[in-house]
Each structure stands twice: as structure tokens, then as C-alpha cells.
Design a protein around this ligand. Structure first.
Ligand SMILES: Cc1ncc(COP(=O)(O)O)c(C=O)c1O
Length: 341
């Protein structure tokens, strides 16, 4: 538990595993931290953040969690899972169109009893659209007697980041046990909470591990601003014994492949490679893209031959079933399906 902040016991230490075949193929010493194997709601990184966020909600007497994201948000699914586990109501608000079917995360959200509110994108700033939608929904649910605890996109605020501060401590101990020295940790960067928690945890605890983030969506001015603002929030709230400037954050921004959650052949190739070498399933939005970035970094010499690398698997496998990715998988994989009449 970081800094004596209240926390629910949702996540047990996840395995740190050596990947012999991928290591051989890539010419590095590759390990994977299995945060896809956290225990509730099909697993993933957001449970660590929710240990803190849901504890705060319960502490404040909330009866309901409400979060935001895209229709297929993994964070929304895990918020639904935690709400179910603790007898809270849950809703996800998305600025998105209905994909035409109750599938992938939407299916899992609904199975776990969570409401999903889809509001068509009106083309204006997404943050501003959420700023209008969320208070409206909070008012609606509160009129029905609920006490709503809003959770930001990806659970990425200063409280949520503590989940990955804790992961940094856990990983440092595991890596030391395996003799991994100053291994490089490679993490997906989306709404920044995972990276920020790891960054603060590794630095503040004097871990020898080095951190490289891989952005999975274009890292423009707004993200740059948010990065430093976010660190400022961490610094203001917690007794961090170090300071940081932009150059201290190592985030690779050249492997976004154009857009968020776009179907992309290099990402699918990375997914096939990992699945066929190690039977580990990556997802097409986050971890597949980050792993495709890792493969490129090895090819470009940014990751040295024989370097020890720990890839943080943040979960997300239901993304494999989203309609716009599924059609591409179908096209590439149907040739291995034999139908005998
Ligand atoms: C599977 C998966 N990996 C990585 C991330 C990125 O984490 P963060 O938003 O904390 O940067 C997300 C965020 O939704 C995710 O669902």
C-alpha cells in the first residue's frame, strides 16, 4: 500500500515470466509481467488503479461507480467487475456509436450488470463532450437515489496511479530475485496512469529498473501538457523524494501507427508472433501495438542485443473480438479453417 492510502485487496502479485522462444527470436532476454492475469472480470491493468479508486468510493459512501471511455473500454469492463464484486451499481459513458452488436467488452459489461450509455460524437472536443454528459448522467442516477462516484478516463488520476506505484515495488522485488539488474520495463502508454505510477514508484523506491513507455495513440500537445501536469499532481499529493523534467520521461511516440485502436498489419503480426511462440494473447489496441513497437526498437538497435527487457502485459484480450479488428483477423486467418461437409 503506497503512502498509507486506503486500498481494496483486488490484486495478488502477478507472475514475472521468462519467454524463451521470443527471447531467442528477438536476440534479447525477454520477460513478461503478467498483469493480464489479475483475477476479476477477465483481468488487466485497471484493477490495480481500481484498488485505490473503489476504496475511495466506498469510503465516501458511494453506491455507484460511473466511468468514461470508448464503447470497448477495458477500464470500463474492470470498473464493472469491481462494482459487481462490492455490490455497487455501475455505468460506463462513451462518446461512441453502437458497433451494431453486444460483443467483446460490451458483452462482458452487460453480463456483469453494468449500464452502457453511448452518445454519438458531435465532432467537438471529446473532453468537453464528456464534461457535458457526465454531470447529466450523475444527476439522472442521483435522482433515482444513487450516490455516484465518477472515475476519470482510464482511472488515470493521482489516486489511480498509486496502483502502478505498487506494481513498481512488486516488480522491483521480483526482478531482483531473478537477477535482472537494470532491466528495461516496456509499458503501453494510453491515458498515462500506468506509466506515471510506474515512473514514480521506480524512481521513488530507487529501483534499478529503467522504464520505456510506448504511446499507442498520437502523443500531441495535449498529452505533453497532461504528462507534466499529472506529475505535478503526484508531487503535490505524495511525499516523492525526487523531481522530474520532461527529459526524465522516456516515452516512445513513433510507434502509434497513426491512430488509436486502428487495425494495423504490424500489430496483428506481433500478436501472431507472441501467441505462436509463447501462447500469450496480446490485444490489437494496446499491448499488440506496444509489442510491435518493441520488435521495431530491437530491429532499430534502440534495444540492444541481449538486453534484459520486461514487457508489461496490461491485458485487453476482449479487444480481439471487436468488430473492426475481427474482420481483419477473419481475412488473414480464414485459410486455416477447413469445413468438411
Ligand atoms: C489493455 C490496456 N493496456 C494499456 C492501457 C493503457 O494504460 P493507461 O491508460 O494507464 O496508460 C489500457 C488503457 O485503457 C488498457 O486497457
Amino acid at each position: 500500500m503506497a503512502f498509507n492510502v486506503k486500498k481494496l485487496p483486488l490484486v495478488e502479485a502477478t507472475p514475472l515470466q521468462y519467454l524463451p522462444t521470443m527471447s531467442r527470436e528477438l536476440g534479447i532476454e525477454l520477460y513478461v509481467k503478467r498483469d493480464d492475469l489479475t483475477a476479476l472480470g477477465a483481468g488487466g491493468n485497471k484493477l490495480r488503479k481500481l484498488e485505490y479508486l473503489a476504496a475511495d468510493a466506498i469510503d465516501k459512501g458511494a453506491t455507484m461507480l460511473l466511468t468514461v471511455g470508448g464503447a470497448q473500454t477495458n477500464h470500463g469492463r474492470l470498473t464493472a467487475a469491481v462494482a459487481a464484486k462490492y455490490g455497487l451499481k455501475c455505468a460506463i459513458a462513451a462518446i461512441d456509436d453502437y458497433p451494431g452488436e453486444v460483443s467483446a467488452n460490451i458483452l462482458l459489461d452487460r453480463i456483469m450488470g453494468c449500464d452502457l450509455i453511448l452518445k454519438a460524437d458531435d465532432g467537438t472536443d471529446e473532453g468537453a463532450q464528456f464534461d457535458r454528459l457526465v454531470p447529466q448522467l450523475v444527476a439522472e442516477y442521483e435522482e433515482k437515489g444513487e450516490k455516484v462516484y465518477p472515475i476519470p478516463m482510464g482511472g488515470s488520476n493521482a489516486l489511480g496511479a498509486l496502483g502502478y506505484y505498487d506494481c513498481a515495488v512488486e516488480l522491483t522485488e521480483q526482478a531482483a530475485t531473478l537477477g535482472l539488474g537494470d532491466a528495461r520495463v516496456v509499458s503501453t502508454v494510453g491515458s498515462l496512469g500506468t506509466y506515471m505510477g510506474l515512473f514514480c514508484g521506480l524512481k521513488n523506491e530507487n529501483s534499478p529498473l529503467r522504464l520505456t513507455g510506448v504511446a499507442i495513440s498520437p502523443f500531441g500537445e495535449a498529452k505533453e501538457k497532461r504528462l507534466m501536469e499529472y506529475f505535478g499532481e503526484m508531487k503535490a499529493l505524495y511525499p516523492l523524494a525526487f523531481d522530474a523534467v520532461r527529459e526524465d520521461f522516456h516515452i516512445e511516440t513513433g510507434y502509434t501507427r497513426g491512430a488509436y485502436n486502428n487495425p494495423c498489419v504490424e500489430v496483428r503480426q506481433a500478436i501472431y508472433r507472441m501467441a505462436r511462440a509463447e501462447a500469450i494473447l496480446l490485444d490489437p489496441c494496446y499491448t499488440g501495438k506496444a509489442f510491435a513497437g518493441l520488435i521495431d526498437m530491437v530491429a532499430e538497435g534502440k534495444i540492444q542485443k541481449d538486453e534484459k527487457v520486461i514487457f508489461l502485459h496490461t491485458g485487453g484480450f476482449p479487444g480481439l473480438y471487436t468488430k473492426h479488428h475481427r474482420v481483419e483477423f477473419e481475412r488473414e486467418l480464414i485459410d486455416g479453417v477447413r469445413i468438411i461437409k
